[in-house]
Structures are given as C-alpha cells and as structure tokens.
Design a protein around this ligand. Structure first.
Ligand SMILES: C=CC1=C(C)c2cc3[nH]c(cc4nc(cc5[nH]c(cc1n2)c(C)c5CCC(=O)O)C(CCC(=O)O)=C4C)c(C)c3C=C
Ligand SMILES: [Fe+2]
Ligand SMILES: [Fe+2]
Length: 350
C-alpha cells in the first residue's frame, strides 16, 4: 500500500474565494449569482434563496459592487487572484510537486485547477483552502465543491485537505511578525476586523450544540468539537494569540466583524459601528488588520482602507493605519509550504 502511494504523483491546489472576470456589471452579476446562490453562503431553501438573490439582491447590487471593484482593480486584474497567483509562483519555487490555483467562484475554478494537475499525471492532491478560520461559507463550501468535482469528474484521484490553521504556532508567529513590522510607532488600539457571518451559521456548524455566542460558551469554550467548527471562537482566538505574541495589552485590542449583507443578525460587534464609536472613547490613532483574509481583496482594499477610514475619520479619529494581509510575503509562503507538506506526507500513511 505504502509502495503504491510512493509511486503516485502528487500536486498542490491552492484555493481562494474568487473574483468576477472583469468589473463590468454583467460579469459582476454572474459572479454574485454563483456566490450568493451557494447554499452554504445564503443557507435558505433553494426557492427562498432564489427569491432573495435573483429577485432582490441581483437587481440592485451588481452596479454598486462593480463600482467598488473598479477602485481596487489593477493592470493584473483582481487583487485577490493576482496575489493568489504570486503565492503559487513563490511556492512552486520551494516544492518539487506541481502547484496550481483554483477559485471557489468564477475562474479559474476548482475543476480547472484539478484538471491542470490531472493533465500532469497527478493522482494525489493536497488542496489548501486559503482561510485561517473555518466557516460554512468558506472552508466547508470549498471542500464540498472539490468533493463534488472529484466524484463527478475525477473519481480516481485522492484529495487531502489542509485544515484551518488559526491556532497553529507557525501561522500565529508569521502573522504577528508581519503585523509587528507594519505597526505605526504610536497607536491607541489595534483592531482585528474579520469578515462576518450570520449568527445562524455559527449555530448550524456547531456539532456540540454548546455555542451560545457569549464569552464563556464561545470564546473560552473547552469543547473541542465546538472550537474546531466555530468561526467566531477561531477569530477571537487568532486575535488573542497575536496580541499575546506581540505583547500588546488586551485593553488595546478590538475584535470586530465586517461586510454584513441582508437583514439577518450577523456576529457582533460590527466593524463599521465600532469605527464610528471608538474615537469618542479616546481611540484617535488606529491600526487595523484583517486576518480572515490571507490576500488583500475588495473587502480590505475598499471596505476597510477606504470606507472604514472615512467612517473613522468622520467620527473624530485622527490616524487610520491599515495593515495589509500576508499576501506573498516570504514568511507566509514558508508557512503555506509547511502546511502543504504535512498533508503531502499524509498520503504515505494511508
Ligand atoms: C474570509 C472569509 C469570508 C467569509 C466568512 C465570507 C462570508 C460571506 N460573504 C458574503 C457576501 C459577500 N462577500 C463578498 C466578497 C468577499 N468575501 C470574501 C471572504 C469571505 N466571505 C472575500 C475574500 C471577498 C472579496 C472577493 C474579491 O473579489 O475581492 C461579496 C462580493 C462583493 C460585494 O458585492 O460586496 C459578497 C456579496 C456572505 C453573504 C457571507 C456569509 C454568509
Ligand atoms: Fe464575503
Ligand atoms: Fe462559538
């Protein structure tokens, strides 16, 4: 068994969220349709999801989103895709197996990425969902999609998945080092702004049924199965570990959740409301980082760096310092390499 595994060819697929093909309204609409019709993103029954997405959201949102995308688009296209390609190229120089990329939505899709590997004779793939924290709308949907594609199109390949890595020392050290380098000399608070999710998603993915979204039941939970699946817990734990590593007092750290959509209750506190209230509480000089994203994207470059900054300054803040994501920093590529290699080696254990 082990001999056979050693003979088969291995490869790596890095998976990120994906962006529209272009900033045109029809391309943005097509992208949003695929994204929001995902049952792990808007988790209503198909008919209600279609009524909400196609009947309401897609009638008004695409032109606004297209305008926002225009402000971050570069000569290389979408920042999220361009950065993922840079990670791929750097990783490729460090490992002796082929590395491809795939996006959960739009192109290059997960299927395209797997096909490119299979065409190179690969039959064992390490698939890395590029999300530090687990969520139904990120890690889970990537794995579901990859399994659907594998079963339907490539039934003879094996896939090992890199697990969420929010609590791995190598990642925390890397993130802390990266933040440390970019922190301004004087700051009143360091804000960790994570992408939000509806509260309902937190309860839905908790196998232990113990999460009550309050500090004792969520952040400090000792229930392993809860902690492995609770996005909120994992976000707070990421921040806690980073501030400890940086030696920043707890009182100087703020955790918040951005980018909510629709009328459902999302996990709190909300980033926009926080930015509007902290100046009156004495936070005039703010450093802000977005650790749910490994690569800068619309949500960091526009929603935080532009809109968030405006909200903060308008509310009386004086200095707003955005700390970029890990992007293609060498120290982060080293972490990606280690996490992938662990799963490459797991093929030998079968
Ligand atoms: C990092 C983790 C992410 C989670 C969790 C997440 C949940 C989530 N997102 C939406 C709706 C939208 N998100 C949009 C953009 C977007 N979201 C993420 C990541 C997470 N989303 C990224 C990296 C991006 C940027 C993509 C890019 O091309 O740069 C958008 C599109 C933009 C817009 O119109 O505002 C929507 C819509 C929901 C509903 C959700 C959880 C249920
Ligand atoms: Fe999102
Ligand atoms: Fe929780």
């Amino acid at each position: 068994m082990q001999k056979e595994s050693l003979k088969s060819k291995k490869g790596i697929l890095l998976v990120n969220l994906g962006s529209p093909k272009s900033t045109s309204v029809p391309d943005v609409k097509e992208y949003l349709d695929e994204f929001l019709m995902d049952e792990r993103v808007i988790d209503y029954r198909w008919i209600f999801r279609a009524l909400l997405v196609r009947g309401i959201i897609l009638r008004t949102r695409p032109p606004k989103s297209a305008e926002a995308y225009k402000t971050v688009w570069t000569d290389e296209g979408s920042p999220l895709i361009a950065i993922t390609e840079k990670i791929q190229k750097k990783l490729q120089k460090l490992v002796d197996v082929p590395v491809e990329i795939g996006m959960r939505y739009a192109e290059p899709s997960i299927e395209t990425g797997i096909r490119k590997l299979v065409e190179q004779g690969i039959s064992e793939i390490v698939l890395f969902p590029l999300y530090p924290q687990y969520a139904m709308s990120t890690t889970e949907t990537v794995i579901e999609k990859a399994e659907e594609v594998r079963k339907a199109k490539f039934p003879n390949i094996k896939i090992n998945y890199v697990q969420p890595f929010y609590n791995r020392d190598i990642y925390i050290n890397c993130l802390a080092e990266s933040i440390k380098e970019k922190l301004p000399e004087n700051f009143d608070a360091l804000q960790f702004s994570y992408h939000g999710v509806p509260e309902r998603h937190i309860y839905k993915t908790d196998p232990s049924n113990t999460c009550k979204i309050d500090d004792s039941n969520c952040i400090n939970s000792q229930v392993e199965s809860h902690n492995a699946r609770c996005y909120r817990h994992q976000c707070f734990k990421t921040s806690e570990a980073v501030i400890e590593k940086l030696g920043i007092p707890k009182e100087k750290a703020i955790v918040s959740f951005q980018s909510r959509l629709g009328k459902d209750k999302w996990i709190e506190p909300y980033t926009d409301e926080t930015l509007e209230t902290i100046p009156s509480k004495g936070v005039k000089n703010l450093a802000i980082v977005c650790p749910a994203f490994v690569s800068d994207c619309l949500e960091t470059l526009e929603e935080i760096s532009v809109e968030g900054k405006e909200e903060f300054l308008h509310a009386g803040g004086e200095n707003f310092h955005y700390i970029p994501c890990l992007n293609d920093e060498d120290r982060w590529i080293d972490v990606v390499k280690i996490l992938c290699e662990e799963r490459l080696n797991d093929f030998y254990l079968v």
